[in-house]
Design a protein around this ligand. Structure first.
Ligand SMILES: [Zn+2]
Ligand SMILES: [Zn+2]
Length: 99
């Protein structure tokens, strides 16, 4: 792992659902997955579930969000929800266990 100071974000890796860390000791910034090690010096959306796309333009509507109800069976701090334009409830929770 690249030495450095990181803070935890409310985003999870789109590949492995590990928490994304933000580098705080480098003016250039950068993000790194705490689980698989994927990293970027660009926007967090280039690593996390918010940035999942079918192609260059189609936003699938997935967003990383704090888990609104942590339980013993579902203790994850951050979950991925899919926002749908026609969904007035705002979000539909996915049955995917996330870290
Ligand atoms: Zn990862
Ligand atoms: Zn995200």
């Amino acid at each position: 792992m690249t030495p450095g100071l990181y803070t935890v974000t409310d985003h999870v890796c789109r590949e492995c659902l590990g928490r994304i860390l933000e580098r705080v000791d480098n003016p250039a910034g950068g993000y790194r997955c705490s689980n698989c090690g994927a990293s970027t010096v660009g926007a967090v959306e280039s690593l996390c579930a918010c940035g999942m796309r079918i192609d260059a333009n189609a936003d699938l509507g997935f967003r990383c969000e704090p888990n609104p109800k942590q339980t013993f069976e579902f203790p994850h701090e951050v979950v991925v929800r899919r926002r749908q334009a026609e969904d007035t409830q705002g979000a539909q929770q996915l049955a995917i266990p996330l870290r």
